[in-house]
Design a protein around this ligand. Sequence first.
Ligand code: FES
Ligand SMILES: [Fe+2]
Length: 457
Amino acid sequence: MMTTIIDIKSVDAEPSAAPGASASTDWDWLVQDCRVHGSLYTSADIFRREMSHVFAATWVYLLHESEIPEAGDFRQVWMGTREFIATRDDNGQVTVFANRCSHRGATVCRAHRGNGSGFTCPYHGWKYDNHGQLFGIPGKTAYGPEFKQRALHLARPAQVASYQGFVFATLNPEAPPLEEHLAGARRFLDEWIAHQGGADNIVVAGAQRFHLECNWKMVYDNAGDGYHVPFSHQSLLMMTNERYGGGDMSYFADADRSHMHLYSLGNGHTVIDQRPDMFLNSAWEQQRPQPGRENFEAHVQATTAPEQVKATLESAVGAGMNLNIFPNLLLIGNQIQVIQPIAADKTAMHWYATRRRDADAELNTIRMRTQEDFPVMGEMDDATNFEECHRGIANSPEDPWIDISRHLETGKDVQNDAGLTVGPVTSELHMRAYYAQWKQLMKASPALVVDKSKVTA
Ligand code: FES
Ligand SMILES: [Fe+2]
């Protein structure tokens, strides 16, 4: 029997990373090409630093514009643990400001979403309009002339930008323009949007939400993991196989020999492109069965020109990619999945379903059945792994390293003509690529800026 002896003394000699201990900040030691340190997942100190160096200093996805379509609509949004409110004004403009009263810091909005002309802080009644501008203070005569000089509007992030309806923000005024930050992900995002019939056609239609006992990076790790599918989702694949003779995701069984690839898109963004296999023949035929499938197919046959039938059926399936926009936006199937870090060991996941504005009720219904399918039957497999990885790492500080070297030494991760690194679909290129970005962000210390001045039109 082979025995691996872990030299506890050598672990102790390395910078401390035990849960609860002050973690090392030697980023080059913590993040290596072939491995990363477990404290990146368990340390409260590292989590606190991430909330500023990652979730404030780079672009973070907030919401899709279709979630606040009408004047006066608002929704709570998050940049890591920072809470903001996004509103739509009478001119159709989206404004984002902190959900933090300028008086004594209370959250001014306690509802997740709604519609109104402004916000009244429940504590002492300060009133803000839907740009976050202070306009009413009860008992105002108690304040003197100096008070009026202060900037007391709600704090707006240094930069907010929308790309085709996807709204992002950062507190870093020096962050490059959003389109530049999206880098190689932009092309795939455009293709995802095209699958939905165009930017104006996308409507976010509610969410499934999960609370997980794990670090947020467990979710991002898995988002570009083409290795786990036949093992983690074995029961789902077996069920599909035994009942229906194969189907969606069966091409992951021997993924490195498939037509799929994993791309590193720059700035920590990656994609698993399933389309070469999923759309090889008919993606509709490969779908797992959904309730109402036969009726939908009959409806399409009866109402659609024969040459359009296949395209209409294919528009009911997912977009065939796992597009990961670092650090918190994952496009999977037709869904917009958002990672919300809460603590080093607590994460919320939001799976926003989408519908198409141009589609009839039948198409949107079958799209919804497809979108319910994976989160309900497959996500539980993943969520269990996230929590079990976290437990395994947190409970073994004497054995802290996590291996991310798959395909590091096979020479199969190569540059393509577009300058992107492309690897086999089970390559841990995804983790190596995003951790390189993560390390760069953790080392940098840009100024973080909010604006509390009056909104200029
Ligand atoms: S904390 Fe908001 S009005 Fe006092
Ligand atoms: Fe999975």
